[in-house]
Design a protein around this ligand. Structure first.
Ligand code: MLT
Ligand code: ZN
Length: 456
């Protein structure tokens, strides 16, 4: 097999040393075994096609690897697969100002795209804490969301064209960067969020937006979970929010300790909301703040007075994930419609308290778009395996509540390996059968990221 791989790619772009296998064989999850047999670094769509054809002939399973910042095991290679890294396909290959379209190879890092857009006087609005390492191909594969979804939507909204190598080794050009294109099934949207199970993205035409006006950030102390939603509804009724995030006191404790940051407010509260909005809406925002104080939803607040202060307040939210990584948290990434969030919060809070009496629970997330991150932290004394098993056993109870409210068991992290066995809480048997049929059409020999999203 190595000889055959070397025929597709020059030898220095086929690695089998243990360090490379360990590095490129995993994502940010730490619960799954890692055992790829090789890592390869194609430099073009043609090379990737040659690899996929070889994989079909030899029945070699391929796992795509971007920035490996995934949290559901979608890029983990645990069964002797060949990892296909997009690290060498990291160029921005075109920009057309009249179309506001930038053409990126799959391995372009999110932050590089954001910087390119800013230098062109434009804006790429999809943003999250892992923007410095995540790659656009991986963002597309998981339809990544993040902190600005409430205003700008998910990655899907920004992809105007996609070049993809399918599991059968064909290179297809989906939607060609067009704004209007009514020629039948839009395959582009099938690949977005498909976690590399149908084909691998090689290039994308990404839409850019006009840059936002100057923004300000406000952090509010909110004693009761439910009242975060009253605050959201009040502000949202009066101004356009660019972000509405929340985190719990435990999350704040972890991130301030980890990054040595000052606390935002004099007094500790059970929860905090972080809002971002256009600076010119400050008067409206001040009125909203007064109202929330008068209602007793909010006890205190702070407003950024400079760009640096705004960034420091954002760190309180964006730094949480990294600050709890050492606890190898069991990650839940749940969503319901915002209107169902009050009912959901009450039920889930009670359930978690009951089922995890001895674990630390770290809440945070993008509550403005209906997305909660519920992280169960591993007690130091418990082994990784025992902890994972216990959390996994409780998941069905949590997911049943999500299902009862027609929510999703994975809002933005993807299904991968972590949520795979629970897919039926969010997708009906008829839908899952269709997903399987589609997999068979695009990947007839089952070589594209097998075992992810759909059980083998
Ligand atoms: C976040 O919102 O911080 C990211 O989705 C990462 C995480 O949930 O840990
Ligand atoms: Zn998130």
């Amino acid at each position: 097999m190595l000889e055959a791989l070397n025929e597709c790619l020059s030898p220095e772009r086929v690695r089998t040393d243990p360090d490379s296998l360990a590095h490129w064989g995993r994502d940010w999850t730490r619960s799954f075994p890692v055992a790829p047999r090789a890592v390869v670094f194609p430099e073009s769509a043609a090379e990737l096609q040659a690899l996929v054809r070889l994989a079909n002939r030899e029945r070699i399973a391929l796992v795509p690897s971007g920035g490996r910042t995934g949290l559901s095991g979608g890029a983990v290679a645990g069964n002797g697969e060949v990892v296909v890294s997009f690290d060498r396909m990291n160029r921005i290959v075109g920009f057309e100002p009249a179309d506001r379209l930038v053409t990126c190879q799959a391995g372009v890092v999110t932050q590089a795209l954001q910087q390119f857009a800013a230098e062109a006087g434009l804006f790429y609005p999809v943003d999250f804490a892992s923007a410095g390492s995540s790659q656009i191909g991986g963002n597309i594969a998981t339809n990544a969301g993040g902190i600005k979804v409430i205003r700008y939507g998910m990655t899907r909204e920004w992809i105007a064209g996609l070049r993809v190598v399918t599991g059968a080794g064909e290179l297809i050009d989906c939607n060609r960067g067009l704004v209007k294109n009514a020629t039948g099934y839009d395959l582009r949207h099938l690949f977005i969020g498909s976690e590399g199970t149908l084909g691998f993205v090689v290039e994308a035409d990404v839409r850019l937006a006009a840059p936002p006006e100057p923004q300000v950030v406000m952090v509010l102390g909110v004693p009761r979970f439910r009242d975060i939603l009253a605050v959201l509804a009040h502000f949202q009724g009066r101004l356009t929010l660019s972000a509405f995030e929340f985190f719990s006191e435990l999350a704040l404790t972890k991130v301030t300790a980890h990054r040595d940051l000052p606390r935002p407010l004099a007094q500790a509260e059970a929860f905090y909301a972080l809002l971002e909005f256009d600076e010119r809406m400050l008067d409206a925002a001040s009125d909203c703040f007064e109202h929330c104080m008068a209602e007793g939803w909010v006890t205190d607040g702070v407003l950024s007075q400079s760009e640096t202060q705004a960034q420091n307040l954002w760190q309180l939210r964006e730094g949480i994930s990294e600050s709890i990584a050492a606890y190898t948290p069991y990650k839940n990434d749940l969503s319901v419609r915002v209107s169902r969030m009050p009912a959901f919060l009450d039920g889930i809070d009670a359930l978690v308290g009951e089922r995890y009496p001895d674990f630390e629970i770290c809440w945070y997330g993008h509550i403005g778009d209906g997305n909660l991150h519920l992280n169960i932290l591993k007690p130091a004394a418990l082994s990784q395996e025992a902890f994972y098993e216990r959390c996994h056993a409780i998941s069905p109870e949590i997911f049943a509540r999500v299902a009862a409210l027609n929510g999703s068991i994975s809002a933005e992290h993807g299904v991968g390996l972590l949520k795979r066995d629970f897919l039926d809480f969010s997708r009906s048997p008829a839908e899952i059968a269709l997903l399987r049929s589609l997999k068979g059409v695009f990947d007839p020999n089952g070589i594209m990221n097998p075992g992810k999203l759909l059980a083998p």
